[in-house]
Write a protein that binds this ligand. Structure first.
Ligand SMILES: [Zn+2]
Ligand SMILES: [Zn+2]
Length: 345
């Protein structure tokens, strides 16, 4: 049996082709993919290097469970679902605590094993989450939303005011998730004016840090000392400098954006970590386990379900599976112009 898939055959070489449908391993289910979001990580895998070739990227999926290897997944057959990409080693202390993002030897669907740029993808049944009425289209945004929920939950408390650095999908979802979880005022910092209107229409302040002083704009908004929590979602050194400068004394800076090169911080920003006694820490993906009702994924689903996260405004294009190689090439060359591209399978 064969399926259509988008395969990364070698470095930067994506091909739409037929491949064998992968066999189910014990405990797994097969999902007929309906939507798969394109993530910055997918572009990274295609254009900066993959752990393996040939490889099928994609981890922001929704679909319908069509087959189960055994009784573990039998109850999921026919259900509309999404799935959590981290498959923990199952043995370490973090896996035992269901804190899978801290497992140091997990497998990630769409990275170390084949993902959702295909008609079918296999997941362990315990990673599969029924959409329970949420649409297949909105459901594709649960994974990136859960990434932001995870970062926000690492903060000491939900801040009254915050700054989010970056206007990609994670930055825009983070600002919305903060508001949904209780933050009253969020300023989003971007590196161009491309997303200014959208950010303002979502109800947030916007500063283009290449043109204006973030400190001055924050002071004008009543935050002369900065804000108590900053989420760095750009993965750029300018963004991290900005984040450190925007945090108030005793504040927290969460690093969410993935850095792809060495980081040399400004002396002033670096000094601020000490002088302001900042708490600077990282956040990695998200956590979920079957039956865990308060996981990052469950919170993310609730926020989308009640409309506090506007998924439709985040989805800027929808493409078909065969268009993926050309569309990714375009996304890569015009990085940042789009928000979320969904692949419709
Ligand atoms: Zn993602
Ligand atoms: Zn583990």
């Amino acid at each position: 049996m064969k399926m259509n898939a988008v395969v990364l055959e070698k470095h930067q070489h994506l091909v739409y082709k037929q491949v064998p449908i992968p066999a189910l391993k014990p405990g797994e289910v097969r999902i007929a993919v309906k939507y798969c979001g394109v993530c910055g990580t997918d572009l990274h895998i295609v254009y900066d290097g993959s752990l393996r070739y040939p490889h099928i990227p994609g981890h922001e999926i929704t679909g319908v469970v069509v087959e189960a290897a055994d009784e573990e997944g039998d109850g999921l057959i026919g259900k509309e679902v999404t799935a959590y990409g981290i498959i923990g080693c199952g043995h370490c202390i973090h896996c035992q605590n269901k804190d899978y993002s801290k497992c140091q030897s997990y497998t990630f669907v769409g990275a170390a094993r084949d993902g959702g740029f295909a008609e079918y993808v296999n997941y362990p049944a315990r990673n599969v989450i029924p959409l329970a009425g949420l649409s297949l289209r909105s459901g594709a945004l649960i994974e990136p939303t859960a990434v932001t929920v995870h970062a926000i939950r690492l903060l000491r408390e939900i801040p009254k005011s915050s700054v989010v650095i970056g206007t990609g999908p994670i930055g825009l979802l983070a600002a919305q998730a903060l508001r949904a979880m209780g933050t009253q005022d969020t300023v989003v910092v971007g590196f161009s004016d491309r997303k200014a209107e959208l950010v303002r229409s979502l109800g947030f302040g916007f500063v283009n840090c290449t043109k204006e002083s973030v400190a001055e704009r924050l002071a004008a908004r009543g935050y002369a000392d900065g804000v108590p929590a900053v989420l760095e979602c750009s993965g750029q050194v300018t963004g991290l400098n900005c984040a450190l400068n925007a945090a108030s004394p005793g504040g927290e800076v969460v690093m969410v954006g993935i850095f792809e090169s060495d980081v040399l911080l400004d002396a002033k920003a670096c000094h601020g970590i000490l002088r302001k006694e900042l708490r600077v820490f990282g956040s990695w993906i998200s956590s979920h386990s079957a039956g865990q009702n308060d996981s990052d994924w469950c919170v993310a689903m609730d926020l989308i379900r009640c409309g506090k996260i506007d998924t439709e405004q985040m989805i800027t294009s929808e493409i078909e599976l065969q268009d993926v190689p050309a569309a990714l090439e375009q996304l890569h060359s015009a990085r940042g112009a789009d928000i979320k591209t969904l692949i419709h399978v």
